[in-house]
Design a protein around this ligand. Structure first.
Ligand code: ATP
Ligand code: MG
Length: 337
């Protein structure tokens, strides 16, 4: 019997800086939970390479950016372990073992993989790589090598966690009770939409407001956000339900009355889009400024950031080795032990 364990495993791909979708979708949750459960945050550089294999410099550069973003939102390295995926060889090893437990047809049916392949036609053309198709297997290794049982994620990740659970069940049924069964945890903001109205704000989709954007960048992006296309003149009656500005007001507005008022005035054609956007810019800056300030602290101290990642990785390596010992015993691969 495995002893009971409550451990958080979550992560980000270093494909770009973190954005407000991450903030409302997962980072706030991480900050809240980090004191409650043992927490591991993976900077998934190997996974980032699956669709950026020809841009290693981009992945490398963004490792640092992601760590600074994490620290800026309030991840405390004394409470949470931030580590680098490529420094944990056990993940690659486990991926190989798990790949026997997954069929190609099942991977091709995974809804997240399907959507992402469709979005990445310019990278893969008509035929996707073995590495990308198999990334859910490697993600199952990420989670299970740390005995992650609680996995706070956005909605897009749910099919991947489901696939991980299938792998765990299959592994345990063949080799005996060895792996912990993870559970996905999604917050209220499970999927933040993009500036372009896309169902998902994503680093790789070019529709994001980044946590580190300057006042000018925020203003430029909000000014060009998708609004009700039927509203041309200020006194046209608007439909906030199809307006991204109204959508973000709900996330950033502190006062529910103000949010209600904004919607009402829009519907009645009393508040113009420009005034509405200016108010949103102000609200976003107010929320992001303390985050940007903490980020500046770390930007000026690259050695401190490196140290945090190195220490976190060392701790993670120790845990991964322990799990691997258990896995190899179960699989009868414990030669010379
Ligand atoms: P990429 O486009 O490179 O995949 P991404 O923006 O999807 O980048 P990830 O690093 O893949 O970011 O995801 C990190 C975590 O953030 C995951 O748990 C994911 O579900 C969550 N997440 C990403 N985008 C959003 C969003 N728009 N709303 C809510 N959660 C999100
Ligand atoms: Mg993603």
């Amino acid at each position: 019997m495995l002893e009971k364990r409550d451990r958080i495993l979550t992560g980000d791909r270093p494909t770009g800086k973190l954005h407000i979708g991450h903030y409302f979708g997962s980072l706030q949750n991480r900050v809240k939970l980090q004191g409650k459960y043992e927490t591991f945050i993976e900077v998934a550089d190997v996974q980032a390479l699956t669709d950026n294999f020809n841009h290693p410099e981009k992945v490398k550069k963004n490792v640092n950016e992601i760590v600074m973003d994490e620290l800026a939102v309030g991840i405390d390295p004394n409470k949470a372990t931030i580590f680098l995926q490529s420094m944990i060889p056990e993940i690659a090893e486990l991926t190989v073992f798990y790949s026997n437990l997954v069929t190609i047809a099942r991977l091709e049916r995974n809804p997240t993989v399907k959507t992402e392949i469709a979005q990445k036609r310019e990278i893969f053309g008509e035929s996707v790589t073995y590495g990308f198709l198999g990334y859910p297997v490697s993600q199952a290794a990420d989670i299970t090598v740390f005995d992650g049982t609680i996995v706070p994620v956005g909605e897009d990740q749910l099919p991947l966690i489901e696939q991980c659970r299938e792998i765990v069940r299959k592994f345990n049924s063949i080799y005996g009770e060895t792996l912990y069964l993870p559970k996905a945890v999604v917050g209220d903001n499970k999927r933040i939409k993009g500036l372009d109205g896309n169902e998902k704000m994503g680093k790789s989709l070019g529709n994001a407001i980044y946590l580190s954007d300057s006042d000018e960048e925020i203003a430029r992006k909000v000014m060009s956000a998708v609004t009700d296309p039927g509203r041309i003149k200020k006194d046209d009656l608007g439909n906030p339900d199809i307006c991204m500005v109204s959508y973000y007001h709900k996330l950033f507005g502190k006062d529910p009355k103000e949010i209600e008022e904004i919607e009402k005035e829009c519907r009645e054609g009393k508040r113009g889009c420009v005034a509405c956007k200016k108010q949103l810019i102000k609200n976003i800056i107010e929320v992001l400024e303390p985050i940007r300030e903490r980020r500046r602290y770390y930007e000026e101290r690259p050695e401190e950031v490196k140290e945090i990642l190195m220490e976190g990785t060392k701790h993670a390596q120790k845990i991964a080795k322990e799990t691997m010992k258990r896995v190899k015993e179960a699989m009868k691969l414990d030669y010379f032990a």
